[in-house]
Ligand binder design. Structure first.
Ligand code: GDP
Length: 292
């Protein structure tokens, strides 16, 4: 399935049946900027392709297409998850509206289907609607959920969830977190509390992960969110939603280049099964208009 159709088509057209000349490089540059690849990465791509063309005396633009894919390929990587019998705790972060609650439900179903024992933690205690919504998903999917009343301490919810998960021999806690646009101090403060709880509960440090959910349709905004959260809490990876509605997908390469963050999942719709682990080849082919 091809994503970022419009952008991919544009890029494919640029490389198709034409000579390498200044006009080609100008057009490529404009398109990459438009596609959210950012000026630094765009410069790097254009300069590398210029060099490649010169050194190898290339004349046809199509001869540069594979090279461009190679450059992009350096910066995107999938997150490799694995589970064992020790409890893993995943904090799911993200600003309101990106699709965080839906994604938690999708992941819960995904991992349950694959043999994990999953417990949900309604850690966004600031919005009553967030707790209710996660509970609706939990009921629909017959998942267990730990919650407290609105306004209670999110740390207490996580504490309860881990206690319950250990007692029930669960393997994965998926914790929702407050989706207000955080500032760095707030984020760091909240996280410090979480770190203490995780330590007190003897969760193996490498089993405690923080993933950021980003809405793929927001492009550069998603990149800014990733930078802010990563600086504040040191993320382990990114989950991309609304991939199905995104017109361009270049911001992902920037996230990889600037933050070296792997991509865990991509979500492609509102249904519970519209989620899959990041597929690098599929992404690159879609971005470059090389898929059917
Ligand atoms: P939250 O505020 O971050 O928890 O966001 P929600 O989970 O409530 O989702 C916000 C809206 O985005 C809802 O209408 C979801 O159905 C929709 N949504 C979530 N993920 C996807 C996706 O991958 N694709 C599409 N098209 N819509 C999505």
């Amino acid at each position: 399935m091809a994503f970022f159709k419009k952008f991919g088509e544009k890029l494919r057209t640029i490389f198709k049946s034409r000579k390498i000349d200044e006009e080609f490089f100008d057009e490529l540059e404009d398109t990459l900027i438009e596609g959210d690849l950012g000026s630094r990465l765009t410069d790097e791509i254009v300069e590398t392709l210029r060099k490649e063309a010169k050194e190898n005396k290339l004349t046809e633009a199509t001869e540069l297409q594979e090279k461009m894919k190679q450059i992009l390929s350096r910066y995107v990587k999938p997150y490799e998850f694995s589970f064992d019998d020790k409890l893993a705790v995943w904090m799911i972060l993200g600003v309101n509206g990106v699709g965080k609650t839906t994604t938690i439900a999708k992941m819960a179903k995904y991992f349950t289907k694959r043999g994990q024992r999953v417990l949900l933690a309604a850690g966004d205690t600031f919005r009553a609607a967030a707790v209710d919504q996660l509970e609706i998903h939990a009921n629909r999917l017959s998942m267990r959920i730990v919650k407290q009343s609105t306004g209670s301490d999110p740390g207490a919810v996580i504490f309860d969830a881990i206690t319950s998960a250990i007692a029930q021999k669960d393997t994965l806690v998926l914790a929702d977190t407050a989706g207000r646009m955080h500032n760095k101090e707030n984020l760091m403060k909240e996280l410090k509390k979480m770190d203490k709880i995780i330590k007190a509960k003897n969760i193996a440090p490498d089993h405690y992960k923080k993933f950021l959910v980003i809405d793929a349709t927001t492009g550069q905004n998603g990149l800014s969110q990733a930078m802010l959260f990563d600086e504040a809490v040191k993320l382990d990876g990114v989950i991309l939603t609304k991939y199905d509605s995104a017109a361009k997908g270049g911001a992902l390469v920037q996230i990889g280049k600037l933050l070296s963050l792997p991509i865990v999942f991509v979500c492609t719709g509102e249904g519970y099964d519209d989620i899959k682990p990041f597929d690098k080849e599929e992404y690159l082919d879609s971005l470059m208009g090389l898929s059917d």
